[in-house]
Design a protein around this ligand. Structure first.
Ligand code: SF4
Ligand code: SF4
Length: 71
């Protein structure tokens, strides 16, 4: 319930869903380690993927990514 309310607030504030750009991502894992909502998972080929249903749009990963690969 709390998650749904937070998502609604972010949506109203214009915070969009995030995705990792595989062209610029260097697979350092920083975003994976810092996400408190376990919204970033490692895929079978070793890259990271944001699960939009779990993502709270806090943007911490986007702000800390060293390659600005989260858009
Ligand atoms: S922090 Fe950025 S460069 Fe590192 S794995 Fe995540 S998206 Fe890729
Ligand atoms: S925006 Fe926040 S909740 Fe979503 S993947 Fe990034 S750190 Fe996790």
């Amino acid at each position: 319930m709390k998650a749904a309310v937070l998502k609604l607030i972010w949506k109203l504030l214009g915070r969009k869903k995030l995705a990792i750009n595989r062209e610029t991502c260097i697979v350092c894992g920083k975003c994976y380690k810092l996400c408190h909502h376990n919204a970033i998972e490692k895929s079978g080929n070793g890259t990271y993927v944001i699960q939009s249903d779990k993502c709270m749009r806090c943007y911490h990963c986007k702000e800390k990514c060293p390659k600005q690969a989260i858009e």
